[in-house]
Design a protein around this ligand. Structure first.
Ligand SMILES: Nc1nc2c(ncn2[C@@H]2O[C@H](COP(=O)(O)OP(=O)(O)O)[C@@H](O)[C@H]2O)c(=O)[nH]1
Ligand SMILES: [Mg+2]
Length: 430
């Protein structure tokens, strides 16, 4: 029988809680324990990301009646429609309970675990409960490190209950294996949507009941022209669409500053996320900071049509979580030589649109455009490819038309089945 450890903690947590939860997830996965969590954001998302980065198994017990808002790193998502009562399932299914940080929901899980009895309850940076004389109530083991938390959680495990023989396999996540696959169930671009800016007529009144902006991610290597593309798209689409932008930089807010200075959008329509880690982590593994930025913009402006999310510059491996974006564009440029599309990688092969940028430089660097285009089509199996130069076409006409068509398509999907819309912004209690 698998040894199951519940890891509980708040949606709105500190950076330290998040780092602790991620480490706990990794350590538990390395030791073969199955992790159970609430499956939402904050501590729940961090522990799920940690487990997944070590190829472990993590089950999310969701409080609401859809999978909406579930962490994209879960191996299994259980939908309970039980609200906070789902906490009982988490606790009663566990051989040990670790709490990281504190919220009322987390306190309820501590109480349920204590009431149940017979399972270790370990707290890292969480509640300290006092009796009426101000004495600390016994039964909760307070620890200072993720390692200590995991040691205590696994102390009761019998050899016969290890999961070493389990045959569950989940896609590898962050951890520099770079073998992540996109969610095959996620909706892709609608091949039937009419392309062209003219098809946007009446969009404002057709925003789906999900009431959130369409999110399009733009990824690609450093210097390929992502920020230049964002600037061009906002310039071209701003007259027709209510737009906002989220940028990701590792240590600075340079791209956001550039866009603000460019004056394409008012500064309050541009939010910067400082990832402080590998760029793809923030768009694929722990998307919380980006979701926060998108939701901040949605709250600020109420009725946005489109949020463009620019990834930090990465190599060919970066892809966005389908929990964060509805569509993704991957940009490469010709300056790296015509071999780039041939080299593939998940960004080049699976993005909803591949843009080959800076074609004006092709003669200067000796890149053969015909080779680049045919390689790109070959590795993408029919997904679209657009070549462009922002020097000769600063309005990014073709890409803008594609984006406009996708906004139409996603808004139609939202109108039809809002509950199932990927990346929906409503965050249920977790
Ligand atoms: N020649 C040429 N330069 C471009 C083109 N697009 C972007 N650039 C330049 O490439 C550099 C890097 O662009 P940027 O948008 O900052 O790249 P990012 O790191 O992917 O965001 C900037 O100096 C841009 O002006 C293009 O189509 N042709
Ligand atoms: Mg940039």
């Amino acid at each position: 029988m698998p040894y199951q450890v519940a890891v509980c903690g708040p949606r709105h947590c500190t950076i330290e809680d998040r780092a602790n939860a991620c480490s706990i997830g990794q350590l538990l996965a390395e030791r073969g324990a199955v992790v159970i969590c609430g499956g939402g954001i904050g501590v729940m998302a961090a522990v799920a990301a940690g487990v997944r980065s070590k190829d472990g198994l993590v089950v999310g017990i969701r409080p609401n009646d859809t999978r909406e808002g579930a962490s994209p790193d879960l191996s299994v998502t259980l939908v309970t429609n039980m609200g906070e009562a789902r906490n009982a399932i988490i606790v009663w299914s566990a051989d040990a309970v670790i709490v990281v940080g504190g919220s009322w929901g987390t306190l309820s899980e501590v109480a349920l675990a204590q009431r149940r009895g017979g399972v270790p309850v370990i707290s890292l940076g969480g509640w300290r409960i006092l009796d009426q004389d101000g004495q600390q109530v016994s039964g909760i083991e307070h620890v200072k490190t993720p390692e200590e938390a995991v040691e205590k959680a696994l102390a009761g495990r019998l050899t016969s209950t290890t999961t070493e023989s389990r045959c569950v396999s989940v896609p590898a996540g962050h951890g520099h294996d770079h073998g992540h696959a996109l969610d095959p169930t996620a909706a892709g671009p609608d091949p039937h949507v009419p392309s062209g800016l003219a098809s946007r007529a009446g969009r404002a009144s057709r925003a789906g009941p999900a009431g959130r902006a369409v999110r399009i991610g733009i990824g690609g290597p450093v210097g390929c022209g992502k920020t230049a593309l964002v600037a061009a798209l906002t310039r071209t689409l701003a007259p027709q669409l209510r737009l906002a932008v989220v940028t990701n930089d590792i240590y600075t807010t340079e791209d956001a500053d550039f866009l603000r200075q460019a004056g394409v959008l008012t500064p309050d329509r541009i939010e910067a996320v400082q990832t402080g880690c590998c760029p793809h982590t923030a768009i694929r593994d722990d998307i919380t900071a980006n979701l926060d930025a998108v939701e901040l913009l949605e709250e600020r402006f109420g009725d946005l049509d489109l949020v463009l999310l620019e990834s930090g510059g990465d190599n060919l491996t970066a892809v966005f979580s389908r929990g964060l974006v509805d569509r993704q564009i991957f940009v490469v440029d010709v300056a790296g030589g015509d071999k780039v599309p041939r080299k593939g990688g998940p960004g080049v092969t699976t993005a909803d649109l591949l843009v080959i940028n800076k074609v004006d430089l092709a003669p200067l660097v000796g890149a053969d455009m015909a080779v680049m285009i045919s390689d790109a089509h070959r590795v993408r199996g029919g997904l679209p490819v657009i070549t462009q130069s922002l020097v000769t076409d600063p309005t990014a006409t073709e890409v803008a038309e594609w984006v406009a068509a996708q906004v139409d398509a996603v808004q139609r999907q939202q109108g039809g089945f809002a509950d199932g819309a990927p990346g929906a912004s409503t965050r249920p209690a977790g």
